[in-house]
Design a protein around this ligand. Structure first.
Ligand SMILES: *Cc1c(COP(=O)(O)O)cnc(C)c1O
Length: 356
């Protein structure tokens, strides 16, 4: 039976990525060797890393603008540490927007490095919206925000313009919509939400912001060292990098971010339209901040949960239960999820309405 995978991460990837990466494990580039058994310094793998780093900048429109792309290990969670280590001065200050659990986790780590100002927080409302109308201290070393709050289903539609480096955790919506990416100085994203398998984190950094905070940074946590080593300071996570490259090639062939954004908008409009129309359901996040990647919604009457759960499972849907901190349901509609899968979910929601 066809599956419709709404998992929040690790998540659905294009079928051709599964097929091509499986083939590369058996016989990489017709070499008779597996991708998993060759040196990361071999010509074939160095080419993978070079192409992966280049296609990132190409898709984001950042070629020739002083940015470097890195594929590191450690997850987005390690970037919560690397960002302040590389950007916050000794005795310095950083400004953070607290828009969700991941933002709060980033704040916790930044506090280890210096004065961490939380400019606004929606924690008291269980992060059901993006805080707005805040002031960012002009003397902060950088401003940090989270573009998409994976757990709560909110997404920043606008970003403040400030006179300092802007750092953004884009783990769950990178490559999903057009933005002026040159407004950001450091972008990071765990691959497993929208770009590839778990095991690598994409970092896109404007080189001129590095080396200015006066700290002695351990080599593995130093962006500049990784750039100098062309993202091969140590053995890179070869398989996740390769599968991410395949996903980005798929996206490029589709027409890039502009093309996928249209599809993502159509998927979101279809599902939110049904959540708002169907009297059995309600959305969990403030309407103006709704995420096009993770739609969180609830049944108005929990008594229908068992029936609904049985129905969507029977339709081949998986990964729909919401995060425990929100409850209800979360439909993660990442780039590789087809519109057809959203239609299947909407059909089930309508069938539930008819059934009760
Ligand atoms: C999942 C997620 C993280 C954590 O990613 P890891 O790679 O597991 O460390 C951080 N930020 C956001 C927005 C996420 O969705």
């Amino acid at each position: 039976m066809k599956k419709h995978n709404y998992s929040a991460g690790p998540c659905i990837l294009p079928q051709e990525v599964f097929e091509k990466s499986a083939q590369a494990i058996l016989n990489f580039n017709d070499s008779g060797l597996s991708l998993l058994e060759i040196s990361h310094r071999s010509k074939d793998f160095v080419a993978v890393m070079e192409e992966a780093r280049a296609i990132v900048l190409e898709l984001l429109g950042l070629e020739g603008k002083g940015y470097s792309a890195l594929f590191l290990a450690g997850g987005a969670s390690l970037e919560f540490i690397m960002a302040p280590y590389n950007l916050m001065k000794e005795g310095g200050k950083a400004a953070y927007l607290d828009s969700g659990t991941w933002a709060a986790a980033a704040i916790k780590e930044a506090k280890l490095f210096g004065d961490t100002v939380v400019v606004a927080s929606s924690k008291e409302e269980n992060y059901n919206h993006i805080p707005k109308g805040y002031t960012i201290p002009a003397d902060a070393d950088y401003f940090h925000c989270t573009s998409n709050n994976t757990i709560f289903g909110t997404q920043m539609k606008e970003f403040p313009s400030v006179d300092m480096p802007v750092v953004c955790d884009m783990s769950s919506d990178i490559f999903s919509r057009e933005l002026d990416f040159s407004k950001f100085d450091l972008i990071y994203a765990g691959a497993q939400k929208n770009m590839g398998p778990a095991g690598t984190t994409l970092i896109v950094v404007k080189e001129e912001i590095l080396g200015k905070n006066g700290r002695i940074i351990p080599s593995m946590l130093d962006y500049a060292k990784h750039i100098k080593a062309e993202s091969m300071y140590n053995t890179p996570p070869v398989f996740p990098v390769y599968a991410s490259l395949l996903t980005l090639q798929w996206l490029k062939n589709l027409g890039g971010i502009a093309a996928i954004e249209k599809i993502n908008n159509a998927k979101a409009a279809l599902l939110y339209g049904e959540i708002d129309r169907n009297p059995l359901f309600k959305g969990a996040a403030a309407v103006e901040d709704r995420s096009n990647m993770n739609a969180t919604f609830l049944l108005n009457d929990e008594a229908h949960a068992a029936t609904f759960d049985a129905m969507w499972k029977a339709a081949g849907i998986s990964g729909l239960p919401g995060h425990r901190s929100v409850g209800g349901y979360r439909a993660s509609m990442y780039n590789a999820l087809p519109l057809e899968s959203v239609q299947v979910l909407v059909d089930v929601m309508q069938a539930l309405e008819k059934a009760i």
